[in-house]
Design a protein around this ligand. Structure first.
Ligand code: NZQ
Ligand code: ZN
Length: 396
């Protein structure tokens, strides 16, 4: 295990119906003028918008609204948010939504104090260590972990770039995690969110660092939790415990608990971010398609022990031969995503061969997978992995 710092001071308010007694007091810690940020309208349909607005009205807040934050949030929306915050001298941002809404508000929070336009802030990838507006979140989708980390991923469709930035100053101050707020998440997004949580765990689990038993066994437990609860949530969307377990797994998968102390670059995320940047697909779906192909590609004498450990501890697969166990474990990942209703080839999400080479080039350029990944991946390797996603292939 390597040296690390673990400092995640987000105040998590987990559980049923806490907003009505706690939201006003939380906002009052920071001031009266609030930027209420949300996505394309799901919170209007499920009543959360009305609830939050009425609580803020009772609390005599001045509310400025930023609506229409896109999945894969656009840099133009960040700019719009910064302008609103400056115009109304906002004291605190309240993000009500999934990872896209929260990510967008993080860059607004830092951008409020910055001289550069938002895209410069993002593309410089310097890290947010300076001043930022305080951010409070009400999470509505279990997926990214953005509610309890300092990361943000912003898309610039004009340049086909989707880049991650972040830093301690944009870590949410308070996050309200009420599993009931995820009852209305559609099956497709529930499956995509679960795939994203699993991918965060896989990315941290399959690293070169050895001896990180705490991180790896916490990861295995969280993987089993998602594998158990996602099918329940798909079948019974208002099953409280299933939604609660997915929600808490989402936060713990990417708040440093399973990744700190293990170095190296992630593999599937850089490859997926290019798919989203060029084709605007759902992040978790892209990850689900890529992951078993990536696992198959990097399975070797060097990695087989870890994959057979994964097969046994996560899927209960025991075999004499480590390679057989490893392959069955990878197959189980594929079968699980497929059973969750995820389309498992790129053509099914509208991606053909045309830009595979360009996307592979960008994936290598925008990350360090060529040098620091679990198994380093060149542009040619990435093309092969993308190509394997074009059809349903062996050993699936
Ligand atoms: O926009 P609305 O109308 O709210 O609808 C959203 C959106 O269409 C809908 N939704 C959310 N909560 C709902 C709901 N529908 C009904 N009921 C609810 N309760 O779901 C759709 C997807 O929402 P989005 O916020 O885009 O999903 P997610 O949370 O998966 O966020 C994805 C974004 O986060 C980035 C991804 O790349 C992508 O841009 N990531 C952020 C990370 C981070 N900050 O740490 C790490 C991740 O790896 C990831 O890259
Ligand atoms: Zn992710």
């Amino acid at each position: 295990m390597e040296n690390f710092r673990f400092y995640v001071p987000t105040d998590v308010r987990f559980g049923k119906d806490r907003l009505k007694d706690e939201l006003a007091d939380v906002l009052n810690l920071y001031g009266k003028t609030v930027l209420l940020a949300y996505g394309g309208g799901s919170i209007k349909k499920n009543g959360l918008y009305d609830q939050v607005l009425s609580l803020m009205k009772d609390n005599q807040n001045k509310v400025v609204e930023l609506s229409g934050i896109e999945p894969n949030p656009r840099v133009e929306t960040v700019d719009r948010g910064i302008a609103l915050c400056r115009e109304h001298q906002v004291d605190v941002i309240l993000a009500v939504g999934g990872g896209s809404t929260i990510d967008c508000t993080k860059v607004i929070a830092a951008g409020f104090y910055a001289e550069e336009p938002a895209w410069e802030l993002v593309s410089k990838r310097k890290g947010f260590n300076g001043p930022a507006l305080p951010l409070v979140t009400v999470l509505t989708l279990a997926a990214t972990g953005s509610e309890m980390n300092g990361g943000a991923v912003i898309t610039n469709l004009a340049t086909n770039q989707k880049l991650g930035v972040g830093g301690p100053s944009v870590l949410p101050k308070v996050s309200f995690l009420d599993p009931q707020n995820t009852y209305t998440v559609p099956a497709y997004q529930t499956a995509a969110g679960s795939a994203d949580i699993l991918s965060h765990l896989f990315e941290n689990y399959f690293k070169k660092t050895v001896g990180a038993d705490v991180q790896d066994s916490v990861s295995e437990g969280l993987m089993r939790t998602v594998i158990k609860n996602c099918p329940t949530a798909l079948k019974t969307p208002d099953d409280y415990d299933a939604r609660a377990n997915l929600m808490w797994a989402s936060s713990l998968a990417l708040n440093g608990l399973t990744g700190n102390g293990k170095s190296g670059a992630w593999s599937c995320h850089p490859m997926e971010h290019e798919l989203s940047a060029f084709y605007d697909i759902t992040h978790g779906i892209g990850l689900a398609i890529l992951t078993p192909r990536w696992m198959k590609y990097v399975l070797s004498e060097e990695t087989v022990s870890k994959f057979s450990q994964f097969a046994e501890n996560v899927w209960g697969i025991k075999e004499q031969d480590e390679f057989v166990a490893a392959k069955k474990g990878i197959q189980a990942v594929y079968d699980f995503f497929k059973a969750c209703g995820i389309p498992m080839t790129l053509p099914e999400v509208g991606i053909n061969e045309e830009k595979l080479s360009l996307m592979a080039e960008q994936a290598v350029k925008h990350s360090t997978i060529e040098t620091d990944a679990y198994m380093p991946l060149s542009k040619e390797d990435v093309v092969k992995i993308y190509q394997d996603c074009m059809t349903e292939s062996s050993y699936y």
